[in-house]
Design a protein around this ligand. Structure first.
Ligand code: GLU
Ligand code: MG
Length: 434
């Protein structure tokens, strides 16, 4: 007789979901006391190397699973039972390097500052690797139909996990797909993003496929983006993002929030695009993001004001949202969203004015013309982004000092693991682990 196990997990600094399993029969007890966790685990890179960190062999933590995040994914042979949770010190306080607790703190900052709720939807792209790629399939019925069974199984599993599947499409890249789900309150949206990636990989594996969310499959290939849509609502649920009289039709808090993201974007990418190959994706003409610009329905902008289909003010207000495009799945959704929320809060605190949306191809403009408009080319390597983070006291101030230290050391350890490999070999390495 098998013993049913439940896997309690964290989506960690490397963007991997890691944890430990315990007998399902002990769930009640484990919801209280959690499972033991080791501080140095936070130094484990996506390649399973361990970077030099501040904790060494010392210390103990607990990972407390949150029953709201439970999934029971029926894979036929087995049921994959998972709960995400928070890592705490033994005295119950949040651990400074727990990504989920970091997001909770960011959301609390926004609530205290504005009283607003943040609604978020993560949009994911991924590729099936290993299967022979059929040419001429982008957006086609043939391409979709080729994977209909996988798509239906994924969407069903997402619904079973409490998500609201929105679309499944055959994207433009080689065997590339996109899956979208409905927006949720920020913490829940990040929970769902972390679970969605695992569900897609597990379902694909059960179908004999390997799904990879790696930021880019080969240097000249098409990127796999994670686009983060967000909007605001009052605590009684009224939309609060749109104001036809505001700059770019944004409400006052939404406009300052956007301005904060744009100002801090060249540093933010250290968290939202945190792999070496993320910077192959963040280049012009890839429909990702290469500058810290705002765009109005422009898929080359880092921050995009999205289209609405409604014609009446109430409908427009409800649909109006922004999309951050400079993120990928090498980032834990908790950390990527926390960084965005802090940047937005910073914009509100600094009462920043939102710049006008750009209309043209920024890659043809000389640096002086960009600078005159407050626009910068985003970092072109992970090390450039990390060095910026190291120098940016405001951004580091959003986190506990030990977290910034851990993050920089973790990411530099990851870079050291890639030394001596050319870009194509780096892409192959990341393809396997995300
Ligand atoms: N694949 C693109 C990216 O890397 C996005 C394409 C799209 O607009 O859906 O972000
Ligand atoms: Mg897409």
């Amino acid at each position: 007789m098998n013993e049913a196990l439940l896997f309690a997990a964290t989506s960690d600094v490397s963007g991997k979901v890691r944890g430990k399993a315990f007998p399902l029969s002990a769930l009640e007890k484990r919801l209280g006391k959690g499972i033991g966790w080791t501080p140095t685990n936070v130094m484990i890179s996506c390649f399973d190397g361990i970077a030099e960190g501040p904790f060494g062999s010392l210390g103990d933590l607990v990972l407390i699973p949150d029953p709201n995040t439970r999934i029971d994914l029926d894979l036929g042979q087995v049921i994959e039972r998972v709960m995400l949770g928070d890592i705490r010190e033994l005295d119950g306080t949040a651990w400074s390097c727990c990504t989920r607790s970091i997001l909770k703190a960011a959301i609390a900052r926004l609530n205290a500052l504005t009283g607003l709720q943040l609604n978020v939807a993560f949009e994911h792209e991924f590729q099936l690797v290993g299967a022979p790629d059929a040419a001429g399939e982008a957006f086609s019925l043939q391409g979709f139909s080729h994977r209909r069974q996988l798509g239906e199984r994924i969407m069903g599993a997402l619904r079973d996990a409490g998500m609201q599947p929105d679309t499944f499409m055959r994207e433009f890249g080689a065997d590339q797909y996109e899956v979208t789900i409905d927006p949720k309150e920020a913490l829940r949206a990040a929970d769902e993003a972390a679970l969605l990636r695992e569900i897609v990989r597990l379902v694909a594996r059960a179908e004999g496929q390997q799904a990879s969310f790696s930021p880019i499959r080969e240097p000249a290939g098409v990127g796999n983006g994670v686009h983060i849509h967000f909007s605001f609502a009052t605590d009684d649920g009224r939309p609060a993002t749109w104001d036809p009289a505001g700059p770019n039709a944004l409400s006052e808090p939404a406009s300052a929030f956007a301005a904060g993201i744009l100002k801090y974007l060249p540093t933010l990418v250290a968290f939202t695009a945190p792999s070496e190959i993320s910077y192959l994706r963040l280049t012009p003409h890839r429909w990702s993001a290469a500058y810290n610009n705002l765009g109005d329905r422009d898929r080359e902008s880092a921050l995009r004001i999205c289209p609405v289909t409604a014609q009446d003010p109430e409908g427009i207000a409800k649909q109006f949202n922004m999309e951050y495009r400079a993120a990928d799945a090498a980032a834990s959704p908790y950390l990527a969203l926390a960084a965005l929320v802090h940047a937005g809060c910073q914009g509100i605190e600094e009462a920043l004015a939102c710049p006008a949306a750009t209309q043209e191809d920024l890659s043809v403009l000389p640096p002086e013309a960009l600078a005159a408009r407050g626009i910068e080319r985003l970092p072109e390597t992970l090390e450039q982004a990390l060095s910026r983070l190291e120098r940016d006291e405001t951004v580091r101030g959003w986190f506990a000092p030990v977290f910034s230290e851990v993050y920089l050391a973790h990411k530099r350890g990851e870079l050291a693991e890639l030394e001596g490999r050319d870009p194509a070999a780096r892409c192959r390495a990341y393809l396997k682990v995300y």
